[in-house]
Write a protein that binds this ligand. Sequence first.
Ligand code: FES
Length: 104
Amino acid sequence: MSKVKLFLASELEVNEIRQVELDAREPIAIYNLDGEYFATDDTCTHGNASMAEGDIDGSEVYCPFHMGAFDIRTGEATVAPCSVPLKTYEVVIEDGYLFILMED
Ligand code: FES
């Protein structure tokens, strides 16, 4: 398991999403959901859309391409045409910085 340092948690506003590019991995989307931080794969499971360009509504993120949606906390697909869940990652905060835990 790797712990990957991202950026200061205070840089991400409430209900903001940021795409993070990582070496040799698909990009990740980081969410600030009312002060709680979550991470999922950034690429929609329905097509080649960046979820970081989507919109948060409640605890769901809506894809900018076809308006399918996922639960940000679990990755579960909640609105068609999305049916395959987004992979999620554990987020921890240390010394004000966000980290995600990823399998090697
Ligand atoms: S690409 Fe995301 S809903 Fe189609």
